[in-house]
Ligand binder design. Structure first.
Ligand SMILES: [Zn+2]
Ligand SMILES: [Zn+2]
Ligand SMILES: [Zn+2]
Length: 140
């Protein structure tokens, strides 16, 4: 219980320190190194948010010893949106669409999944017949 409480206080201190570093108030960054600490319990605050074209960065402050260091944040995924349909999907066949990222100029081709048959039934001559509304194929 006391360990948990002291960790909470350390955590709060680390949060304050990381914001001080980000704001340029503190200069603790990379100065204090304690060899015995594994810096596994830390607070992370992004300083540069990553985009789909560039990596970001963040400041981490160890909640146990106060050691601060910076890390690179990976690029985010492209947000692809459809530009044109190259070949439309059918009931049984996949289609292809041409896409462009809404944030940058990246483009790609994507597979449009097959729609699957859209079945409807007709009651005729004492039994039920099943048809696809798209391709008109009869199933029974
Ligand atoms: Zn540490
Ligand atoms: Zn992009
Ligand atoms: Zn069909």
């Amino acid at each position: 219980m006391t360990i948990v409480r002291s960790r909470k206080i350390k955590m709060l201190a680390a949060v304050l320190l990381v914001f001080a570093i980000v704001a340029g108030v503190s200069t603790t960054m990379n100065k204090k190194v304690e060899a015995a600490c594994s810096h596994s319990f830390y607070v992370q605050v992004p300083t540069v948010y990553p985009t789909c074209t560039s990596t970001g960065s963040a400041v981490r402050v160890c909640a146990d010893c106060g050691y601060a260091w910076s890390v690179t944040l990976p690029k985010t995924a492209h947000n692809y949106v459809r530009v044109t349909v190259c070949s439309p999907a059918s009931c049984t066949r996949t289609g292809t669409e041409y896409c462009r990222c809404s944030y940058c100029s990246a483009t790609c081709y994507r597979t449009i999944p097959a729609t699957g048959h859209q079945l409807y039934s007709v009651y005729r001559n004492g039994h039920t017949e099943w048809y696809c509304a798209i391709c008109n194929q009869r199933f029974s």
